[in-house]
Design a binder for this molecule. Structure first.
Ligand SMILES: Nc1ncnc2c1ncn2[C@@H]1O[C@H](COP(=O)(O)OP(=O)(O)O)[C@@H](O)[C@H]1O
Ligand SMILES: [Mg+2]
Length: 228
């Protein structure tokens, strides 16, 4: 099934603060980028997709499933990789963390071992299987976090600034992993190079989507917003 994320008259408030002004939007592309200044609503928008944030008004559906009414099914469909992957990996050893999400879904034995092996190979991190999470470098941590979400089989992966703090070599590894995903991806990034070949890029400013279109135009628009 094709990706279909639909926002209908959605707005988000935190108390008195408006994080996102009302908007309606449908996303069907495989690679969607999000850019905008700090505090412009990017993370709130991304969290709406898998129900980590619920709309104050309106509704959000992912492949027809409502993030309020079908919360569990939406979480299985759309995985979120947090800005700080340390918050993602909850078990002390990488392999245990990968196993944790699978066990929660009732997967065990040979099936569990096979899925872990497959995901480690897919991201080229077999060497991290028995490493302690708190000893990993930034890039290793990010790859382990991606694997930990992908292993449970979501169709959409949502990334919140995945390459922000990485050096050039680790950035390259993580960018390659993201660009090579078979899943759909929604990626918040200030790394405009990462988004250069995306299908569609949204620019946020002060809780509003101020541009929606091709990457080159989006980047030009963002730079204009950022410097005014
Ligand atoms: N849980 C929250 N409680 C209160 N305010 C929040 C919360 N999350 C975000 N905000 C506010 O909503 C606005 C948008 O935040 P956010 O979506 O994190 O922006 P971005 O990711 O673009 O930096 C900001 O003004 C922020 O302070
Ligand atoms: Mg953010």
């Amino acid at each position: 099934m094709n990706l279909n994320i639909r926002f209908s008259d959605v707005s988000v408030r935190f108390g008195e603060r408006v994080a996102l002004h009302p908007f309606s939007l449908t996303l069907e592309e495989r690679r969607i980028g999000i850019i905008g200044l700090n505090g412009s609503g990017k993370t709130t928008f991304a969290k709406l997709i898998n129900g980590l944030v619920k709309p104050t008004n309106g509704n959000v559906t992912v492949n027809g499933l409502d993030t309020k009414d079908d919360a569990k099914a939406v979480l299985a469909l759309a995985g979120f990789i947090f800005q700080n992957p340390q918050h993602q990996l909850i078990m002390p050893v990488v392999r245990e963390d990968l196993a944790f999400g699978l066990k929660q879904r009732g997967i065990k034995g040979d099936d569990l071992d096979m899925r872990i092996k497959t995901i480690l190979e897919r991201f080229g991190i077999e060497n991290l299987a028995n490493r302690r999470v708190h000893e990993l470098s930034g890039g290793e941590l990010q790859l382990a976090a991606i694997a930990s979400v992908a292993v449970t089989g979501p169709e959409i992966l949502i990334f919140d600034e995945p390459v922000n703090q990485l050096d050039i070599r680790n950035r390259k590894r993580v960018v390659e992993a993201i660009l090579g995903l078979e899943e759909s991806a929604v990626v918040i990034s200030h790394d405009l190079g990462l988004l250069a070949n995306f299908d569609r890029v949204l620019v946020f400013d002060q809780g509003r989507i101020v541009f929606d279109g091709a990457p080159a135009s989006a980047i030009a628009h963002y730079e204009a917003v950022a410097t005014c």
